[in-house]
Design a protein around this ligand. Structure first.
Ligand SMILES: [Zn+2]
Length: 153
């Protein structure tokens, strides 16, 4: 989504002419809001389709894509419709592209080989491997982890 297109001067003139009429049955003449019908001095050109949601913006906007609205109509529509719709579309786009949150997916790694950590683990590993000699490991430590026969009785 990029910047929205604006109406060219000639297109604005076309829209203003469309919204302007000579004295009618109500005795009013001038430019009228194409939304609420009130006579207006200040007006804005409303984009009938949210230009922020348009993908192809290569073509210039036409008079059929715009409407002359009074400021209160335009302000209310923008507040209640345009802003939430465009914000929702931008959130959806961001979520779709994965830009909403930082990528926290973990990279798969092969499992680490199990490794004894403490001295007790080392002794157990040595015992399980049926080493004859426990080398530097003291027999006192070995005694601590060896279940006593009398304790079970
Ligand atoms: Zn209006």
């Amino acid at each position: 989504m990029n910047d929205r297109r604006e109406f060219k001067k000639a297109v604005k003139v076309e829209i203003i002419k469309r919204a302007t009429r000579p004295i009618g049955d109500d005795g009013l003449s001038g430019t009228f809001c194409e939304e609420c019908g009130s006579l207006v001095r200040a007006w804005e050109i409303h984009h009938l389709r949210e230009d922020a949601l348009e993908v192809d913006k290569s073509k210039p906007l036409t008079a059929e894509e715009g409407a002359l609205w009074c400021k209160p109509c335009h302000r209310e529509y923008t507040r209640t419709h345009s802003v939430p719709v465009v914000a929702a579309a931008k959130r959806q786009e961001a979520a779709h592209l994965g830009a909403e949150k930082p990528n926290k997916a973990k990279i798969a790694r092969p499992p680490k080989p199990e490794r004894p950590t403490g001295k007790v683990d080392q002794i157990r590993a040595l015992r399980e491997a049926k080493f004859e000699s426990l080398g530097e490991v003291s027999s006192r430590v070995l005694a601590k982890i060896t279940p006593r026969k009398d304790a079970a009785e």
